[in-house]
Write a protein that binds this ligand. Sequence first.
Ligand SMILES: Nc1ncnc2c1ncn2[C@@H]1O[C@H](COP(=O)(O)OP(=O)(O)OP(=O)(O)O)[C@@H](O)[C@H]1O
Ligand SMILES: [Mg+2]
Length: 241
Amino acid sequence: MISLRNVCKKYGDKDILKGIDLDVQAGSCTVLLGPSGSGKSTLIRCINGLVRPESGEIALAGTAVALHDERNWQQLRTQVGMVFQDYSLFAHLSVMDNMTLVPVRRGLMDKATAQKEALALLHKVGLAYKAQAHPGELSGGQQQRVAIVRALLMRPKAMLFDEPTSALDPEAIGGVLAIMRELAADGMTMIVVTHEMRFAREVSDHIVFMEDGRIVEQGPPADMFERPAHERTRRFFSNIH
Ligand SMILES: Nc1ncnc2c1ncn2[C@@H]1O[C@H](COP(=O)(O)OP(=O)(O)OP(=O)(O)O)[C@@H](O)[C@H]1O
Ligand SMILES: [Mg+2]
């Protein structure tokens, strides 16, 4: 579903991504791990066009993104959903308007359809009763659940999560992870940056370990947790066990 070849990104004259090759199978859940500053956020932001790499190849569902074609990037943005640590809801809009604004404005669906589908999604995550509330009236966990279904309303081909539970208290974390588990079980293609090791181990199909802008090692969770091949990966896992 997602394929990256030799993706490179610089900030100023500093190399941040140093040639990333990555394949994400349709319907799989990939967890991205690595120390702070290793490039995890930069990498997943490249996959929805929030960050533009200087070189390399990115393809979604077999369609290559022409790196210098703005329309290609915009298309990618509508096809790949993204959820951030800080929810990024529009504070001045109701939950319903937060969800429907972009798909309606982009002409992906008419307002009535968008509202109907938004309500169904909110219902699924137990938040239909908050449809007319503003984000400030919701807890962090509730806001994050809205951010997830807001992305889902766009019917994305893949979903990216950048530390979606890092700002939440333990109880709220459980609710958000439960939705992500369900999404994975439903066959959504996902890439997740997270420190939730139980999620990584139990839900993911594939773990990618990055350091200093490179993928050091990747593989199924059992191999990565039990018998990492690289010394650096071993050290990382020994610190979190
Ligand atoms: N907009 C930016 N301008 C300049 N440098 C940046 C920018 N964003 C990230 N960087 C640098 O790129 C490197 C990778 O950052 P990135 O945020 O991708 O790391 P990360 O693995 O997500 O870290 P963390 O676990 O702390 O979130 C870091 O050295 C960071 O300082
Ligand atoms: Mg990050």
